[in-house]
Design a protein around this ligand. Structure first.
Ligand code: CO
Length: 149
């Protein structure tokens, strides 16, 4: 177990597209990554972290919200509706907070920490976090979506 180094805004890796995880062949390595990602998330008081933010181009996200932990492997947003504006931060941009428009509701399909395919309906802040983190997997950052003053 280890806290991993966060990649910051000037690091080109944040613009790269993360790869689909082959869950059948890498279970122990993925679990190790997930443990480290939660440790890194907690050490930095974050709500969500994508693997690319610790330099791993795999489609893995960890989230801690309302005392609940979520692991999303190969997440796919299959429905989004409504909108909300929320002030967001990002562990890769420690000093920056911007208002961003996100869907109010997202339905996401993913593989969980037990390597089971599952679905989750998220509203409010959890929907914001899922939208922000899945964007990371495609090299999209919240600064791209900030509402212009
Ligand atoms: Co972020």
């Amino acid at each position: 177990m280890a806290i991993r180094n966060i990649r910051y805004e000037t690091d080109d890796i944040l613009r790269k597209k993360s790869k689909i995880v082959d869950v059948d062949n890498n279970k122990s390595k993925i679990l190790e990554l997930i443990v480290d990602m939660f440790e890194t998330l907690q050490a930095n008081n974050g709500l969500g972290l994508a693997a690319v933010q610790v330099g791993v181009l795999k489609r893995v996200i960890v989230i801690e919200h309302d005392n609940q932990r979520y692991v999303l492997i190969n997440p796919e947003i299959i429905l989004q509706e409504g909108e909300q504006i929320c002030e967001e931060g990002c562990l890769s941009f420690p000093e920056a907070f911007y208002e961003v428009k996100r869907p109010e509701h997202v339905k996401v399909k993913y593989i969980n920490e037990d390597f089971k395919m599952t679905e989750l309906d998220a509203h409010g802040l959890l929907a914001v976090i899922i939208s922000h983190e899945t964007d990371h997997l495609d090299g999209v950052l919240f600064i791209d979506k900030k509402i212009k003053e």
